[in-house]
Design a protein around this ligand. Sequence first.
Ligand code: MSP
Length: 524
Amino acid sequence: MPQEQSTYYVSTPIYYVNDEPHLGHMYTTIAADVLARQHRLAGDDVFFLTGVDEHGQKVQQAAEKRGIAPIELANQVVQRYETLWPELSISNDDFIRTSSDRHKKGVHAMWQRLLDNGSIYKDFYEDWYCVPCETYWTETQLKDATHPEKENCLNAEICPDCKRSVEKIQEESYFFKLSDYQDKIITYINEHPDFIAPESRKNEVLRFVEGGLRDLSISRTTFSWGVPVEDDEGHVIYVWIDALSNYLSALGFPEDTENMKFWPADLHLIGKDILRFHAVYWPAMLMAAELPLPKRVFAHGWWTVEGEKMSKSKGNALRPADLLDAYESDTLRYFLLREVPFGSDGDFSHDALKIRYNSELANDVGNLLNRSLSMLKKYRDGVLPAVTDEQSGDRALIADVEAMQREVAAHLENQAFHLALERINQVVRHGNRYVAENEPWTLAKEGNDTRLNTVLYHLVEALRLIAVQLSPFMPVKMQQMLSQILNADVNIETLRLHEVAGWGLLQAGHVCQKPSPVFPRMDA
Ligand code: MSP
């Protein structure tokens, strides 16, 4: 029965092109990909957006250092992303570049709406600016921040966020009346308890907004690499106004396109450092433009590497290409989402990855698949028998699989990837216990065919449903696993839960393949 299809729009931040892709960029994009795949599996009409943030002083300076034009630098880095994403099985529906005409058109339309609604005015600006963060700071904010080296020593020239030097800026500028939105944003956050996640981040935003909102300077005259203000060409639109608009420009805004049905976005996935832009500035802009607000903003934590902060100077930033040389893409996808709760900071260590892979994937999932299909081959020549003697232990396995399916969906609605994976792993462990308890080899020896048939059927059917639930996380591996079970070239992209998720869909007489290892053990 065809039901009304829900839309689902998930986005990543657009990544700055002054830097190579690193682990942090991979992380958000993999998380978004899992959600996109899981919603497609559930039958939703999905729009998954990622892209690059090409403008701003930081990019212009990085290009100057290399002696190339900003657009050349952007083109080079875009290529990196365009090769990387398919290698990580990223299934984005679109890739937005802020240098594209469609994006600039959206930015201009946004600006015009803000202007028409009286939310933009021109004035003079004098303040401190942090180029690496593309963030403005007031004198007071800088004074409040503590110097990193000397405790309690006030230093007015260091960015409170990144602790690097800030520059004094004085120029004519357009302003956005952010101060008008202080109460509106507080009310909105309180009335929409799911808008900002995790909870601790929501409180952080509330405290920030309660501290008072100043009008925001939204144009620059000191550099040129950006979207020019129309009719005032000396002014370039502030890179965050430009960047945030990508979530709409990619849909075709301001045109009334087919894709505008995806707005408001269901979820903006971001890192914790850019929460204020997404949970304060962006909502205020949208309110001013009389557009609906995204339903949810989730700020994930940051990764350290072997216990240390990733940084260029330390040279320990994990490069996706090196990681992909060392591990399969699905292994990385699994580890990143399983190792730490999505909102928390985490540490990437090669040992931790190998331990998790060997115990949860090789020993648990891989072993259950191998032993089940081997026994089916050995005792029934690969032919799935009919269930003739279902007992309470068998029914408990079915109930566990069915509860798992519901709970995984609920965990993913909360972006609790680690809990979703842990819940699937519980069923895998249940399956391995079920083998130990039923001892199919003894049933075979005793000639207890009715029990042996029942046990073999339940194992294979449970494995099939486990693979379906794991498929958004590990599309390549689960394609292999399902192909062995279904004895067919499975296209993971076209699976739909309403067609595949019911217990008992595998028919007696179906022939499974001989197992071949999907998760071979890794050397420690
Ligand atoms: N261009 C802006 C985003 C604009 S969105 C409208 C930007 N780009 S960025 O390339 O600097 O950062 C992109 C993302 O990478 C951020 O969400 C940030 O949190 C994330 N990460 C950067 N380092 C990280 C880690 N060490 N760990 C996890 N994520 C990290 O900001």
